[in-house]
Write a protein that binds this ligand. Structure first.
Ligand code: NAD
Ligand code: WQD
Length: 377
């Protein structure tokens, strides 16, 4: 067993859908000590209680004190846009006390971002700037950033390579591009200080197979898979799916997306964090003075259409979905399929879990938590 102390890692947005699964993956290694910061704008502290429960249940019978410590989360309810609140978190551990940051927290609803763009810029960009400033104050200069396939706008080449120009359409997407640019700029300004990896998620889906943690959207879900799960459980008032367009240049005319299991995505964060270590091969070829910043696509590299997803969820749930084809949704692009080969080559990332497993795990979460975390113990 390694004698290395636990590496303390701050996960922002730790109580959210992706954050809770990333914490699970970090805790599973028993090499990290997780500190979570979340203001619970879109989540509940119950998610953190549940994820720590999974970690504790997974401890071996002969777990050391260090192992036991890795299963506990230091959870802070704090707002990243408020520097004093974040400074307090870092001050708890002192200079160099936090090894690295996985910055996941953000507002993420594309449609809402077109209605209240300033709120999105203030939260997503404001939080990132404050966080980076305070990280620097406390000699913490390793960061993994949650970006999105939405940074590619309407990509000219499918599958999408990382060399594609970043050109998001929505205010939400633009906040992701801006934050990537900000992080890259600090890596350029202080190349021997900062190391950063930006992870461009495609469409994460599913849940931890225990059914203890999962995606818990507020109100009627806007995203396809959580909507289908809530229709099948009877939580959605009007259970008629509106399929946004079947006249796209795709095999069945509906939009194609690259869905990956949230636990495969979470594993990608672990690989990225490990790649920020001094001996990492990811930055091995980069000369002193050159920025240590890279962006990676996290997807399966396999596209699925809306109708294929409906069929997969019918098989998983047994629910007879009714749908009607309506007009295209503003901002949708025909195909967002990743070329994940760079992440595979440099990080060792793969997303092996099948669409069937994603749908099974989503349905398991939904049936065990019909009303999400609310109403459950
Ligand atoms: P989520 O809403 O479930 O989680 C985000 C968490 O961040 C929430 O718990 C929220 O309360 C917290 N948060 C937001 N602003 C905060 C602030 N100012 N201070 C502290 N906490 C704050 O969303 P998610 O689906 O887990 O997405 C996480 C990240 O992944 C986001 O950055 C999102 O843009 C990105 N992303 C998500 C998807 C997806 O399909 N879920 C796809 C691509 C990228
Ligand atoms: C998938 C497909 C819809 C609902 C969004 C964000 C993206 C990223 C992931 C954060 C599309 C179709 C959906 C419905 C439908 N998030 N659909 N009827 O749009 O690929 O990505 O979430 O970064 O930025 O834009 O995901 O689940 O909303 O849609 O026909 O009621 O399902 O048109 O083709 P999307 P989605």
């Amino acid at each position: 067993m390694s004698e290395e102390p636990l590496r303390r890692v701050l996960v922002t947005g730790g109580a959210g859908y992706i954050g809770s699964h990333v914490i699970y993956s970090l805790q599973e290694t028993r090499r990290y000590k997780v500190v979570s910061v979340d203001n619970h704008h879109n989540s509940t502290p119950k998610a953190l209680v549940r994820v720590a429960e999974i970690a504790r249940n997974n401890l071996p019978t002969d777990a050391s004190d260090k192992d036991k410590d890795s299963a506990e989360i230091d959870a802070f309810q704090a707002d990243l846009t408020k520097p004093d609140e974040i400074r307090k978190v870092f001050a708890t551990y002192g200079k160099g006390g936090i090894w690295g940051v996985v910055h996941i927290a953000a507002y993420k609803a594309v449609g809402e971002s077109t209605e209240i763009p300033l709120t999105y810029y203030a939260n997503n960009v404001g939080a990132t700037i404050s966080l980076l400033q305070i990280m620097k104050e406390f000699d913490c200069t390793r960061i993994v950033y949650s970006s999105s396939a939405t940074v590619y706008g309407t990509p000219p080449v499918i599958p999408i390579p990382e060399t594609t120009r970043l050109q998001a359409h929505s205010p939400y997407g633009k906040t992701k591009v801006m934050c990537e640019n900000i992080i890259e700029d600090i890596c350029s300004a202080e190349p021997d200080t900062w190391r950063a990896l930006s992870l461009r998620y495609f469409n994460p889906a599913g849940a931890h197979p225990s059914g203890l943690i999962g995606e818990d959207p507020r109100g009627r879900p806007g995203n396809l898979l959580p909507l289908l799960a809530q229709m099948a459980i009877g939580r959605v008032k009007d259970p008629l799916l509106k399929v946004f367009g079947n006249d796209y240049p795709t095999p069945d005319g509906t939009c194609v997306r690259d869905y990956l299991h949230v636990l495969d995505l979470a594993k990608g964060h672990l690989l990225a964090l490990d790649a920020l270590a001094p001996d990492s091969r990811v930055f091995a070829g980069i000369a002193s003075g050159q920025p240590r910043f890279k962006g990676y696509n996290l997807g399966k590299g396999k596209g699925m259409s809306v109708l294929q997803i409906v069929e997969a969820m019918r098989k998983a749930t047994g629910f007879d979905y009714k749908y009607e084809i309506i007009g295209r949704r503003k901002g949708d692009v025909p195909d967002l399929t990743a070329d994940p080969s760079l992440a595979e080559k440099e990080l060792g990332f793969t997303a092996p879990q099948t669409l069937e497993t994603m749908c099974r795990d989503l349905w398991n979460w939904q049936t065990k938590n019909p009303n999400g975390y609310d109403g459950s113990a």
